[in-house]
Design a protein around this ligand. Structure first.
Ligand code: ATP
Ligand code: MG
Length: 402
């Protein structure tokens, strides 16, 4: 047994000492069997949440209504979830209330895919009643039980299936794929935030092109925010090799292909965080600019290093160019700049007010912008004295005069 299972082993041992059953389950066992790096271990147990809390001295009720207790052990948190069955599904979403049970097999049965329904005990022995290892061997995503019923119960599972295609480079088992197509409209019942979470993982995966193809072929595309209005966008998307793009770069490409002139509203429909909306909107602006003209040192600076890299990567893909060193080249240009962001300027608005003996006002912003540009373009050194000498000779109303 290897990490992170080793560190979590004492938790299972403690539960077993109290005559409860406990196993590693879910994504960690799947990723272990696939020899992939393992994120967090999940533990499933026959002990009820109250029983778990009585056994461990430090616990946090993270999801007690779903039977999950966070056990803190040696400074790390481990999710311990009581075996449960989810019998009543309302509105095609996972139930708010669950029933705690004492049988591992019943717990594994309510899980989404056979590859996610494998348990492992502390001796490394595998319990696999639904033949998840066979699915792993055949590299297929296959529902536990009847696919049609499982997607009908919880429509988010359809998005999970597709994101696993991207993350694991697996394909969809035949019946599973047909059932997604048949149940695609049920995605309307799922909160956009949860769909976004799955799309984020999809775009971070290695096999995005194929996963997006499934999204389209299975009709899920029709139920995604904004994209549902852009069916024509998919054939364009398939023209390019998008697998190497980062998550942000995929969003940027989607914005570009949608021809939207309101990226904020596009991304708001996805309930994206404001910071990310601002980042992507700015990136779209610079992508359009890049399609019109070459970068200058100052436009790179204005875009910021991260946005320049994202824009140039998408630009090169659209233009069917492939410079593998884009990131390195942009990094080098940024390293050679005297400053990389405004905060690094050696002067402030207060300095300007003292030098010009003028109260604050819009002129400060204008002056700082002029100084910033002059410093980036190495017209003046980023030193107080040099900047003072330079700016005092400028006509602040007309930048070009300077
Ligand atoms: P990841 O690597 O992204 O964490 P994961 O498979 O661990 O993938 P989680 O969302 O962490 O996904 O869920 C842990 C486990 O819970 C899954 O492996 C699966 O057994 C079960 N599970 C999660 N979501 C569902 C669902 N919607 N329906 C049924 N079972 C689910
Ligand atoms: Mg997980």
């Amino acid at each position: 047994m290897k990490e992170p299972f080793l560190s979590a082993k004492p938790i299972i041992q403690k539960l077993e000492e109290q005559r409860f059953e406990a196993y590693f389950v879910g994504g960690s066992v799947r990723d272990y069997l696939l020899n992939r790096s393992i994120a967090d271990v999940d533990i499933a147990t026959s002990a009820t949440p109250e029983e778990v809390k009585n056994i461990f001295s430090v616990t946090i009720d993270t999801g007690i209504e779903h039977g999950t207790i966070l056990v803190i052990y040696k400074g790390k948190g481990y999710e311990v979830t009581t075996f449960r069955s989810e019998s009543e599904y309302i509105d095609h979403r996972r139930p708010e209330k669950v029933r705690f049970i004492r049988s591992l097999t019943e717990d594994l049965k309510r899980r989404d895919f056979t590859m996610n329904a494998i348990a492992m005990n502390i001796h490394g022995e595998i319990i696999d009643p639904f033949h998840g290892r066979l699915a792993l061997k055949n590299r297929v995503i296959e529902c536990v039980g009847k696919a049609n019923e499982r997607f009908h119960e919880d429509a988010l599972r359809m998005m999970r299936a597709i994101r696993f295609v991207s993350q694991l480079s697996f394909s969809l088992e035949h019946e599973t794929k047909l059932a997604i197509k048949a149940n695609a409209p049920l995605l309307q019942h799922i909160a956009v935030e949860r769909i976004l979470q799955e799309c984020t993982k999809l775009f971070q995966g290695k096999n995005k092109k194929q996963a997006l193809r499934f999204l389209y072929e299975c009709d899920l595309w029709n139920y995604l925010p904004e994209l549902k209005h852009h069916k024509d966008l998919f054939p364009c998307l398939q023209k390019w090799e998008i697998d190497h793009l980062s998550e942000n770069q995929v969003w940027l490409l989607l914005l570009f292909l949608s021809k939207t002139n309101n990226p904020t509203s596009f991304l708001k429909s996805w309930r994206m965080p404001t910071k990310k909306i601002n980042y992507l909107s700015k990136a779209l602006f610079f992508l359009h600019k890049r399609l019109q003209e070459e970068w200058t040192v100052y436009s790179l600076y204005q875009a910021t290093k991260e946005i320049s890299i994202d824009v140039e990567s998408v630009y090169q893909m659209i233009q069917k160019q492939s410079d593998e060193n884009i990131e390195q080249k942009i990094n080098e240009i940024f390293l050679s700049m005297p400053i990389q962001k405004r905060e690094e300027l050696k002067v402030t608005g207060t300095d300007l007010m003292t030098w010009f003996e003028r109260p604050g006002g819009p002129w400060i912003k204008q002056a700082l912008e002029m100084i910033e540009k002059a410093v980036v373009l190495k017209i003046v050194a980023n030193e107080k004295k040099a900047i003072k000498g330079w700016i005092l000779t400028c006509n602040l109303q007309q930048e070009n005069d300077c």
